[in-house]
Write a protein that binds this ligand. Structure first.
Ligand SMILES: [Zn+2]
Length: 356
């Protein structure tokens, strides 16, 4: 979903965020609580999560790492950095978020105390929003946010910190696996407890933690397995190309007679475009088999250099689609597809050393 910019960082709302809003609305209307206080509390909580993410972004920028975007999920935000962080950077950046929530809670409690207003006595006060104003609730909410995010499990910040700390004494891949395993275990126990206690908000959170742990684990494992390896070690070096004078029929014949699905289109030595399977089928349906590939190919394809680090290419591939061309200057040297990339990751997992 579309979002807004905060200090130059684009903020996006994940569509599952709607689920949380609906859930909360139902909760509010289903109870006899004062809607105004509760709405104020929710707004403050949303701002607190944003501040939490901005703390990550600010600390990361101190290390010279730009934050590409912040995505707001029901269980919190997620900052996407432009590159993977080193253990020490990751430790400091991940702790900055919960630290921000602790500061907000301390600030609010300090204000309430000095102005002699009612204070939350326990975390269970959170479940009775009418008894206190919005500020004490917000203080409690921020404390909860800090504690929750410090749980040593993926995808929480504590999981990242744990991975960074483990990374000093164990191989990075193992550290990642442990943090992701902790995340799944946490999600499962939380989900079971939620079902048992009939607390469905807990089950809802557990579901997202499980997804996050699996996703984060896979992404981190991908980074670990590709870090420091150049693109040329994983690219396809034997492939067919099309000439710019070839027709869609020629391309369809190549699609059938080879196992290739994406074809670079050349004009002499010069790469002028890329024709993928889907584009080819679309052209066949709309233009017919006698149309020239030059008229239907994609001219705006992803280009990589053979020396680029594969771990930096992974997010690019995830955005750009299934095939990228590897170019040494203006010379085409290989193809990198999502299929052969996952093949490469699989081989790496089973211990194959890359040929560089
Ligand atoms: Zn965080």
């Amino acid at each position: 979903m579309k979002g807004f910019r905060l200090l130059g960082v684009p903020v996006r709302l994940h569509f599952t965020f709607l689920l949380l809003l609906i859930f909360l609305l139902v909760t509010v209307f289903g109870s006899h609580q004062s809607g105004g206080n509760y709405a104020l509390f929710l707004l403050g909580l949303f701002a607190s999560v944003l501040l939490h993410e901005m703390a990550h972004a600010l600390v990361a920028s101190r290390f010279g790492v730009r934050t590409k975007e912040i995505v707001m999920f029901p269980i919190g935000g997620l900052s996407r950095m432009e590159r993977a962080l080193h253990p020490t950077e990751e430790l400091v950046v991940s702790l900055a978020g919960p630290f921000m929530n602790l500061m907000i809670a301390a600030g609010l409690l300090g204000y309430l105390y000095s102005s002699q207003q009612p204070m939350p006595r326990s975390l269970s006060d959170l479940l009775h929003p009418t008894e206190l104003g919005a500020l004490p609730l917000l203080a409690g909410g921020n404390l909860l946010l800090a504690l929750f995010n410090l749980l040593p499990a993926f995808p929480m910040d504590g999981g990242r910190a744990l991975r960074a700390i483990l990374g000093y004494v164990r191989p990075e891949e193992e550290a990642t696996r442990i943090a992701a395993w902790m995340g799944r275990m946490l999600a499962i126990s939380m989900g079971l407890y939620g079902l048992f206690a009939q607390n469905f908000l807990l089950v809802f959170f557990a579901f997202f933690i499980y997804l996050g742990a699996a996703q984060e684990g896979a992404a981190a494992l991908g980074r670990t397995l590709t870090h420091g390896i150049p693109v040329r070690a994983a690219m396809i070096t034997e492939f067919h190309t099309l000439g710019h004078g070839d027709t869609v029929r020629d391309a369809a014949n190549l699609l059938l007679s080879t196992s290739q699905q994406d074809f670079p289109v050349l004009h002499g030595d010069q790469v002028v475009g890329l024709l993928g399977r889907n584009l080819l089928l679309k052209a066949l349906a709309s233009e017919g088999p006698d149309a020239y590939v030059a008229g239907v190919m994609d001219r705006d394809f992803l280009q990589l250099e053979p020396g680029m680090d594969l771990s930096e290419v992974l997010p690019l591939m995830a955005q750009a689609g299934r095939c990228a061309l590897v170019m040494d200057g203006s010379k085409l040297t290989g193809l990198l597809t999502t299929d052969n990339l996952s093949e490469f990751l699989l081989l790496r997992r089973f211990g194959m050393e890359p040929v560089v």
